[in-house]
Design a protein around this ligand. Structure first.
Ligand code: FAD
Ligand code: SF4
Length: 486
């Protein structure tokens, strides 16, 4: 029996290949993507990655003596039907996609193929996460407290554990040792990615000039980036993890999310490589935690709540995203927001604290609709995939799921941004003022938010925040908010 494997965009690594396969097909899909009933206008960098990554992988397969094709098509069905006829295929295999809406499309595709006599089996994905969701469900009835999950994963994977099953160096985590802002920090990010012919071909196809391309487009460039990060950045990663600099968008972050989310690199190999690296324990543990805890937890959390999460808007925030999210960011005078949004609009990337404490913080305080924000993140970020963007935006950042993911809302006044960045010194607003004309909007928006959610703050055991409301001129901050959001 002649078998073919249909390879999907985030299965671009040898270990996704199944046994006894005669031919492989990769389809670069160029038609509308429908997400939650609306068209998803994906950024061009994601499309280029899909094109260049797929073509590169098919080329590798061919070089290794396999029959493999890269096809550009408006729909999977016709691409698979044509390939079936051309290569006389009797059976198709596809590894179950990680993304839920893609999985639903693959189910529809297999039914459609069945109607014309073509069989397609969906095989389980054993590669993408440390723990399959079935195994997660065997362990937990519902997503547990995150710290317990992390400890479970460290033990299960035997990562940074002693022979007596205690955490190496005695602590499970070194969270308190980050959150510094170093005024003397100097930008050293200078990774130069080896461009491939396929990347150039994809640029031409999308008629775009991306001279400063930074994201890995195949396995080799992903391994290069990982080694570059370990050589140049990991020693300062943890201490400056939350710091933000006007002229250094990446600080000491790895920029590996895209490579890992397209699965050019497996999360396990990244964690094992970091564990072997010669660096201080806080850097090692801090980085491993991001993947073994946050990334893994987000996936299982989303699997658990995927049916209900899009229905929820706990704080009932309904305001539309301002135009400057979509068009020219310079129409907002808030320097932190303008700098971050401009970066996202040009590079389709920003680091974690910019996502959480600039964009997310602003959206929450300005009562923006969390679902519209989620779609915006999905469309704009090059590392965005449903299983990771949705829990991060709706759960962690916007609290739309109410209590399920975050144990406290990630909101802050200008004080935090001023402490953790150099944005405020280039801003027309004053981070220290609450009531004046040049008062930073984060200040009065924050105190309005605390007022409006007093009881929730109390439930979050943040009575000390609520107590400070007594010192706030309620009428004035309301008036300022109204004028600012008009
Ligand atoms: C509102 C919001 C939206 C986000 N959207 C995405 C998204 O679409 N895709 C995405 O991969 N991450 C997302 N994140 C998580 C995180 O911001 C990015 O993974 C990180 O900024 C990517 O940059 P990096 O590779 O340099 O990360 P580093 O700081 O170098 O961290 C290392 C790795 O840890 C993992 N990681 C860290 N935090 C998280 C997290 N909260 N969830 C999942 N993985 C994590 C990533 O794989 C990342 O590459 C989001 C966070 C927030 C607050
Ligand atoms: S003053 Fe306010 S708006 Fe301006 S950069 Fe600082 S926090 Fe952002």
């Amino acid at each position: 029996m002649k078998q073919a494997q249909f390879i999907l965009y985030n299965q671009l690594r040898e270990s996704y290949l199944q046994e006894d396969i005669d031919c492989f097909l990769y389809v670069h899909h160029i038609w509308k993507i429908i997400f939650q009933g609306k068209e998803l206008k994906l950024n061009t960098k994601s499309k280029i990655l899909d094109y260049a990554g797929g073509k590169d992988f098919v080329d590798e397969l061919k070089k290794n003596g396999n029959t493999a094709e890269f096809v550009i098509s408006k729909d999977f069905f016709h691409a698979l039907e044509a390939f079936t006829k051309k290569h006389d295929i009797e059976k198709w295999l596809v590894v179950k996609p990680v993304e839920d809406y893609v999985y639903k499309n693959i189910l529809k595709l297999s039914q459609k193929l069945k109607k014309v006599g073509i069989e397609m089996s969906i095989v389980p994905d054993t590669e993408s996460f440390f723990l399959s969701h079935e195994d997660f469900q065997k362990q937990y009835k519902k997503p547990p407290i995150m710290e317990y999950f992390y400890r479970f994963m460290r033990k299960k994977e035997n990562i940074l554990m002693t022979a007596d099953w205690e955490p190496e160096w005695g602590e499970w985590n070194y969270d308190k040792e980050n959150r510094k802002f170093d005024k003397k920090h100097e930008k050293i990010w200078d990774f130069s990615l080896k461009k491939t012919a396929f990347l150039e071909e994809a640029w031409d196809y999308y008629d775009t000039d991306i001279s400063s391309w930074i994201f890995p487009i195949n396995r080799q460039t992903s391994l290069d980036l990982l080694e570059y990060f370990l050589e140049k950045h990991i020693d300062r990663f943890w201490v400056l993890e939350d710091a933000m600099y006007q002229d250094d968008p990446y600080v000491h972050h790895s920029l590996l999310s895209t490579a890992i989310n397209f699965w050019f690199l497996s999360p396990r190999e990244v964690v094992e490589r970091i564990a072997k690296t010669d660096t201080a324990m806080n850097n090692k543990e801090g980085f491993i935690r991001q993947i073994l805890w946050w990334r893994e937890y987000m996936y299982h959390f989303f699997q658990f709540y995927k049916e209900s999460i899009y229905e929820e808007n706990f704080l009932d925030h309904q305001r539309k995203l301002p135009d400057f999210f979509w068009t020219d960011a310079s129409t907002t005078s808030m320097n932190c927001l303008q700098t971050t949004l401009r970066q996202v609009q040009t590079e389709n990337f920003s680091h974690h604290i910019q996502r959480l404490m600039i964009i997310g913080n602003y959206a929450l305080l300005a009562n923006l609709n969390p679902h519209e924000l989620n779609k915006w993140f999905f469309e704009y970020y090059v590392d965005a995939f449903e299983w990771v963007v949705t829990p991060n935006v709706l759960g962690m950042s916007q609290f739309a799921d109410g209590w399920k993911l975050a144990t406290k809302p990630y909101v802050a006044s200008a004080n935090y941004i001023n402490k953790m960045s150099d944005y405020c010194k280039n801003c027309k607003y004053n981070p220290k003022e609450k009531y004046t004309e040049d008062a930073c909007p984060f200040n009065y928006l924050y105190w309005n938010f605390v007022h409006d959610n007093k009881s929730t703050f109390e439930k979050w055991r943040q009575q000390f925040v609520v107590r400070n409301l007594e010192k706030i001129d309620r009428e004035k901050i309301q008036e300022l908010k109204k004028a600012f959001l008009k």
